[in-house]
Design a protein around this ligand. Structure first.
Ligand code: AR6
Length: 237
């Protein structure tokens, strides 16, 4: 599923973020940046020890990473060149600033990508696993912030949401459809209602020698059409 926003593509794919061939993938990390379970564990396992080495150096330099912020490391052995590590909020019921912190995690990750000239960015669904953020709510926050960023700030070519499970994929599809409905499709009922066909009726049917022509015929909906006139009929009426 895909939408064009500004000059960029906003895409949803179901899959494994460690296999994405993009400039940078975004990890759902924790403040200590020491790896963990979920997508964080998968990224460290697939990318190798160089990632943890850089994470340790970052923490030694600037301390632990607050929720809503983002830092960049090598992609190690991953197909992606770099990894952005961001920390999402732990869900505590929704009135502890969770939506703002989650939006900040996406925004700061995108700003970091732009500042490093990285054009294709693949995100995991931040906070919706161990951190317990309800995915239907998180999907809306994520897509709203990504769309706002692409419209108002820009600088990337693709924001790709990589959703691991079919349930997460469905939640994001629904949120995207609500936020940016797909253009009307040319399906039969729509076609009937939207296309007005010009039907020119020859009122006499065929010319039949010197036989007196009929004065009128009936249109498809039984409407009378007089000789020498044409009628515009709405399909199906
Ligand atoms: N590719 C894409 N998405 C994945 C993958 C994968 N390989 N594996 C899991 N997911 P989580 P959080 C999805 O728990 O909620 C870690 O221990 C997963 O299905 O990884 O932000 C960190 O160290 C879910 O939809 O991240 C932190 O301590 C989404 O990734 C804590 O968990 C996020 O789930 C962060 O929790």
């Amino acid at each position: 599923m895909e939408r064009v926003v500004g000059k960029a593509r906003l895409t949803l794919v179901q899959g494994d973020i460690t296999r994405q061939k993009v400039d940078v993938i975004v990890n759902a990390a924790n403040p200590g940046l020491m790896g963990g379970g979920g997508v964080d564990g998968a990224i460290h396992a697939a990318g190798g020890p160089a990632i943890l080495e850089e994470c340790k150096a970052i923490v030694a330099r600037q301390g632990s990473l607050p929720a809503g912020q983002a830092v960049l490391t090598t992609g190690g052995r991953l197909p992606a060149r770099y990894i952005i590590h961001t920390v999402g909020p732990v869900w505590r019921g929704g009135d502890q600033g969770e939506p703002e912190t989650l939006a900040s995690a996406y925004r700061e990750s995108l700003r970091l990508a732009v500042s490093r000239g990285l054009k294709t960015v693949a995100f995991s669904s931040i906070s919706t696993g161990v951190y317990g953020y309800p995915v239907e709510l998180a999907a809306r926050v994520c897509l709203q912030e990504a769309a706002r960023f692409l419209r108002e700030e820009g600088g990337v070519e693709e924001v790709r949401m990589v959703l691991f499970s079919s349930g997460t994929m469905r939640a994001f599809q629904q949120a995207l459809e609500e936020l940016m409905p797909s253009p009307q499709r040319w399906e039969a009922p729509t076609f009937v209602w939207h296309v007005v066909s010009l039907t020119i009726v020859s009122p006499t049917g065929e010319a039949r020698g010197d036989e007196a022509p009929r004065k009128s015929v009936r249109g498809r909906a039984g409407r009378r059409i007089d000789r020498g006139r044409c009628a515009i009929l709405r399909n199906g009426t």
